[in-house]
Structures are given as C-alpha cells and as structure tokens.
Design a binder for this molecule. Structure first.
Ligand SMILES: *Cc1c(COP(=O)(O)O)cnc(C)c1O
Length: 376
C-alpha cells in the first residue's frame, strides 16, 4: 500500500542564531530597567564592534538605513550633489542618498566581484560628484584600491555600505574600515542581528561626533536640551545592543560556519555547468551572507520557475535584487543600460544561507536545484 510521504522539512532562506547568552543579556536589561537607549550595552557594543572592524569609532543606530543617512549627513552631502551608487544593491543604499536631497548616479557592477565597477565609476564621475558609496554585495568586498584611488583623485569620501559584509576581508583588512565611513545593518537576516539596528564606523572623530549629535535629536553633548541642528531619533536601544553584544561573541563562529557552508555548496555544485558559483577574487576573503548562484543564461521567468520548484520542496530561495535604476522612484527615462547588473539580477538566485545549515540540508538543496534544472 502506498504510504503518503512526509512533507519535507522546510529550509528557510536564513534564520538568526540566538541562544542562551542572548536570552541572559536581554533579560538583564529587563531586570535592571535599562531598556531604552541609555545603558551599558550600547557603549560596549559600539566599542567592540568598531574594534572588530578595525575602526576607531562606532555609532550605533536604529538600522543600517539610518546609519547610511547619518553617514551622508555627516559628510555634508546635500542638494545639488551627485553620489555614485552601484545599481545592484538593496534599495536602501540609494534611498539614503535621496533622503539628503542628493542624486544617486547609478553605476554597473563588475563580473569579478558583483560590486561597483571601478572603470564604470570613473566614467560616471562629474564635477557634481560629492561621494562614492560602495556596497560589498552578498559579503564580497568591492575592488577598494581602485575605487579609493579614484575617489582620492577628486578628494571624494567613500562610504562603504557593509550591511551584508560583517567580517569580510579585503587584503587582510575588514569591511567597514577601508573607506571614510562604514555602515552596517543588524536586521534579523544579516550576519549578526539586534532585531533592527545598525552601526556606522569610522576613524574620524569629527564624523563620529556629528553622526552621534544628529542621531540624538541634534542635542549638544555639552549642553542639555540645546539643539544646534535639526537632528533625528536614530538611536539603538540598550535591549538591542544587549543582543548585539551576545551576537558579537558568536561572530567568529558564525563567519566560520558560513565559509564552511560556502565550501559545501561549491563542492556540491562544481559539476553542474548550468550553475555559476559566486565570485571570489584572489585578494578577497568574503563572508558569504546569502549563498547566491547564477543560473547561466536563464531568463527571469526560467529562474523564477526554478525557485518555484524548490519552494514546492520546502526550500526557500530569493531572487537577486532588481537594479535600483529600474525601480519606479529611480527610473529616469534614460536608455542607460547596466548589462552586468541586469544579468546578475536575471540569473541570480540566493540559496538557503543560515549558519546552522547541515551538510545534509545543503545536499538536499543542491539535489533539488539540479533536478529543477533538469541537470544531472
Ligand atoms: C540590509 C541592507 C541595508 C539596510 O539595512 P536595514 O538595517 O534593513 O535598514 C542597506 N544596504 C544593504 C546593502 C543592505 O543589505
């Protein structure tokens, strides 16, 4: 008699790793009553996360997006300014540019890193360019030497959107410490989480001080309730920072697991020519955030059909972002094309990426992917 097969256990795209230490530190906030944005964990998290990145100062924020907003404000970017932004990123990268009244100028990606193409960035520079925002997409660092040299020629600051790149290394230095300011997100699906939250890191005291002032309602640190500027409430709470401190203690282990999982995916998919593995430049030591592959030559619809076939097996995936330049708020009617970003967006599929994935789960994902592609 045919037996009904048990539904396969679902594999989510990515889930945070929270445990006893997180519970204990959050409970300590509740017990002590320090639940708002004052308390010992905010300072500790700022200090230790900045040190982890190799930067002098950390300013904890309510999100990665508000960290980006504060970074551009601290740099004095505003109306009339152009900011170079990779078109292939999460939309918040460009939204932050709009928040300060500046114009994002979109730049294509390079196939070697999937991040901002230095040659295309050079062609996009004009006299109105005031800053360059680079994004270490999916945890692979951008070609920083070339981009920093380009920026230095015109004295431009470089903001690293490192929201997907905690711990990722460029020639032995960590993401976030390479440019003028680095911005991180601690949203639940990022490398480490505080629920919602973010941080800006920098070596420059003046920028950290300005960002902190603007984060705290623009209030002077020297004179209570004196507000020299219109600020924001972009603070992180002590509750969130308690989670952050506990997660920081796990960061090395989380990084090691993601790298191991990337190796397992690479080994399992190496013999499948229809699938291109994510890039790894010789000078990069990425921390894969989402394990993202390309379905070579696939149309958007073919890629989405593969995703639907995986979903029927309980395997959650995610398409690569649309180029931001194609989204309604950013379409400018120009016929400019971004061939690399468009291809990555069309062919790209992020596979399950939780740090606690097992070898058996990875094997199941790869088998289902091969079956959906009709490959061996
Ligand atoms: C997640 C993310 C952000 C925004 O971070 P939030 O904490 O969600 O505001 C910005 N840029 C990139 C590249 C991201 O992945």
């Amino acid at each position: 008699m045919p037996r009904s097969r048990p539904r396969p256990e679902p594999i989510p795209l990515v889930a945070p790793w929270l445990g006893a230490r997180e519970r204990r530190l959050v409970a300590e906030c509740v017990r002590s009553g320090w639940v708002s944005s004052r308390g010992r964990f905010v300072d500790e998290f700022e200090r230790r996360f900045a040190a982890y990145c190799g930067a002098r100062h950390g300013v904890a924020t309510s999100s990665g997006t508000t960290a980006l907003h504060l970074a551009l404000l601290a740099l004095g970017v505003g109306p009339g300014d152009d900011v170079l932004v990779p078109t292939l990123s999460f939309v918040a990268t460009a939204n932050a540019v709009r928040y300060v009244g500046a114009r994002p100028v979109f730049v294509d990606s390079e196939p070697e890193t999937w991040t901002l193409d230095p040659a295309a960035a050079r062609r996009a520079l004009t006299r109105r360019t005031r800053a360059i925002v680079v994004v270490h997409l999916y945890g692979h660092p951008a070609a920083m030497d070339e981009l920093l040299a380009l920026a230095a020629r015109d004295g431009l600051p470089v903001v690293e959107d490192a929201c997907q790149a905690h711990g990722s290394e460029y020639r032995g230095r960590r993401a976030g410490s390479l440019g003028t300011i680095g911005c991180f997100s601690f949203f639940a699906n990022k490398l480490i989480t505080t629920g919602e939250g973010g941080m800006l890191v920098t070596d420059r005291r003046d920028l950290a001080d300005t960002a902190r002032l603007l984060r705290d309602h623009g209030m002077s640190p020297a004179r209570r309730y004196w507000h020299p500027r219109v600020g924001f409430n972009y603070r992180m709470t002590n509750l969130q920072a308690a989670l952050g401190v506990a997660q920081l203690d796990r960061l090395d282990a989380l990084v090691a697991r993601r790298r191991r999982n990337a190796r397992r995916y690479a080994a399992a998919l190496a013999g499948t020519p229809a699938v291109a593995l994510p890039p790894e430049a010789p000078w990069a030591r990425p921390v894969p955030w989402l394990h993202t592959v390309l379905l070579r030559g696939a149309s958007r619809r073919a890629r989405d059909r593969v995703a639907a076939a995986l979903a029927r097996q309980g395997i959650e995936t995610r398409p690569v972002f649309y180029p931001i330049s194609a989204l309604p708020p950013y379409r400018d009617g120009s016929r400019r094309r971004f061939p690399v970003a468009e291809r990555l967006s069309r062919e790209g599929l992020s596979l399950p990426s939780s740090p606690h994935l097992t070898a058996a789960q990875i094997a199941r994902v790869c088998a289902a992917l091969r079956a959906a592609l009709g490959a061996r």
